[in-house]
Ligand binder design. Structure first.
Ligand code: KIV
Ligand code: ZN
Length: 552
């Protein structure tokens, strides 16, 4: 495996920069040539409407982020719900390698919850405290003057430092904060013990040149950034499509941590996409003065696919680096050029980011051991019971299609591990549909009220304006829960007419958040029914009932 940049030594808490590779010393300028990749897929990414993941999904993503070798995983916002607290704590306990951060507002109960949640990570635990500093937020949201903001920020950081050595402070809406005040805030929080100060472009308002200037100014005026006592970080949102450009401009100006998410998922238009930041840095390394990072780029595509599945957020075909078309040359001239010399039309080698040779497909003759080995190869850590259940689905699919590809298998895992307690499951489905008849679906469901009891089986029929509508109406009649289908998409998981169809839905069950669901089958009506039931089971599961409506 080829690595680039400098090696990362975990446990950087004494001075946040200490563990991050070689530094260039120049006129008291300790600018390091190592960029810290802070991944917030599981926190800001998960705040994206319809993206909520359950604990098992978050664990799979966290494991993959560790394989990707990000430096910091922001695992959640512990105070917001029991579900978030548990997932941060479980990730802190089980994921080795990266630092594990928990987010907190600048209030004692948030900081205490974050401290408790990251505790199992020991010296790899980080508390990330934030408080808005811009004029508009001070006046209209917080009703506080600058002095009061400074006092609260200092108190919050000190409290966090009483628990951990690694404390990050974010002046929320930093890009719209008066620069003089921002300098004051940075000095004050570093004085109180912050080891990283992160400047968020919370509303995606910044322009690359100006944002670079702002970061450059902070870098010049706050001596602790230059002396290496604290790291300057950025966190950019994509409302104007500039999150990556702003992040990169900041790196040129002195930022040494970038906060980003896989596939750029996140609040509203999303956050800076990790894969774009990392590959820009690598591909145009001379432009970035040889700054490197520890990410294993060959894990990028795998991470993208996993996050897309776990979050139910599809990746657009033309998405840079990870979209299906990112390396697909349609024009004959381009194809000819690439065949003669790849670099004529390709600035990156697709294999460098993990595209490329897939393993031989499995078939219905493949045994349990072969399937288990392939699942391990794909990066899944599953229990015996999970492997057994996925193997049973694999056999069903193997009977219907000749080859089962890695993507098919990943879809089966996605379908299985999202199966939050399977209160309702599909037992039988029959549909009649055509141009001259009213589409009708007969559905038989099993209801597992209690693990100790036998499931109850019930059957009903529904009609609709299409076979999917008919099947979902029959399900509503049986469950007596009426969901409103807000979003529906279908895609072929692999190639060929016998490909698995994967359906992703977002359903409104009258909660603050839409509930995602997914299901896969060679029969697209069955895949739709499975996806809808998956969303329903999530809705009924405990961790969906946490109130997340107060997220920032
Ligand atoms: O966008 C933002 O300002 C945030 C902070 C909590 C860092 O997500
Ligand atoms: Zn954000």
């Amino acid at each position: 495996m080829r690595r680039w940049g400098f090696c990362y030594t975990p446990g950087l808490s004494k001075k946040a920069v200490d563990g991050f590779g070689k530094r260039k010393e120049h006129n008291n300028d300790m600018k390091t040539n190592r960029l810290i990749i802070f991944d917030t897929t599981l926190r800001d990414g998960e705040q994206c409407p319809g993206a909520s993941m359950n604990l098992r999904e978050k664990m799979q993503v966290a494991r993959q982020l560790a394989r990707l070798k990000v430096d910091v995983i922001e695992a959640g916002f512990p105070v917001i719900s029991d579900g978030d607290f548990t997932s941060v704590r479980t990730i802190a306990r089980e994921i080795k390698g990266p630092m594990i951060a928990g987010l907190a507002r600048c209030v004692p109960k948030d900081i205490d919850a974050a401290a408790e949640a990251v505790k199992p990570a020991g010296r790899r635990g980080r508390i990330h405290v934030f408080l808005a500093t811009s004029k508009i937020h001070r006046e209209f949201k917080l009703g506080k003057a600058q002095d009061e903001i400074l006092r609260l920020a200092v108190e919050g950081v000190k409290r966090a430092r009483s628990y951990v050595e690694d404390v990050e402070f974010s002046p929320e809406d930093g890009s719209r904060t008066e620069p003089e005040f921002l300098v004051q805030v940075c000095r004050a929080v570093i004085g109180a013990g912050a080891t990283t100060v992160n400047i968020p472009d919370t509303v995606g308002w910044a322009m690359p040149e100006l944002f670079g200037k702002l970061i450059g100014r902070l870098y010049e005026e706050v001596t602790e950034f230059r002396s290496g006592k604290a790291v300057i970080s950025v966190h950019c949102h994509n409302d104007l499509g500039l999150a990556v450009a702003n992040s990169l401009a900041a790196v040129r100006a002195g930022a040494r941590q970038v906060e980003c998410t896989v596939n750029g998922i996140g609040e509203r238009a999303g956050n800076a996409a990790l894969e774009e930041v990392v590959m820009a840095l690598k591909t145009r390394n001379e432009y970035f003065n040889q700054i490197g990072c520890g990410v294993n780029t060959r894990e990028i595509v795998r991470s993208s696919r996993l996050v897309s599945r776990m979050s139910s957020l599809l990746v657009q075909r033309n998405k840079a680096i990870v979209g299906e078309n990112a390396f697909a040359h349609a024009s004959g001239i381009h194809q000819d050029g690439v065949l003669k010399k790849r670099e004529t039309y390709e600035i990156m080698d697709p294999e460098e980011v993990g595209w490329g040779k897939s393993e031989l497909p499995l078939t219905k003759h493949s045994g349990r051991a072969a399937v288990a080995a392939r699942l391990r190869h794909l990066g899944f850590k599953l229990s015996e019971g999970d492997v057994q259940a996925i193997f049973a689905r694999f056999k069903e699919i193997g009977d219907k299609k000749k080859f089962v590809y890695d993507d098919d298998l990943t879809a089966l895992v996605g379908g299985h591990i999202t199966e939050v307690p399977e209160t309702w499951s599909l037992d039988y489905l029959s549909v009649s549909s055509g141009s001259q008849i009213v589409p009708t679906a007969t559905v038989r469901l099993r209801r597992q009220r209690n693990k100790k009891k036998e499931p109850e089986v019930s059957q009903d029929a529904g009609t609709g304006d299409g076979p999917v509508d008919a099947a979902l109406k029959a399900i509503d009649r049986l469950t007596k829960i009426h969901g409103r289908l807000v979003d529906y998409s279908i895609r072929a998981v692999s190639q060929g007419k016998d490909a698995l169809g994967e359906v992703t839905v977002k359903v409104d069950f009258g909660q603050a958040k839409l509930v995602p669901g997914k299901g896969a089958s060679t029969d697209i009506i069955e895949a739709s029914a499975r996806a809808y039931l998956n969303a329903l089971n999530r809705f009924l599961s405990v961790d969906q009932k946490d109130d997340k409506s107060s997220q920032p």
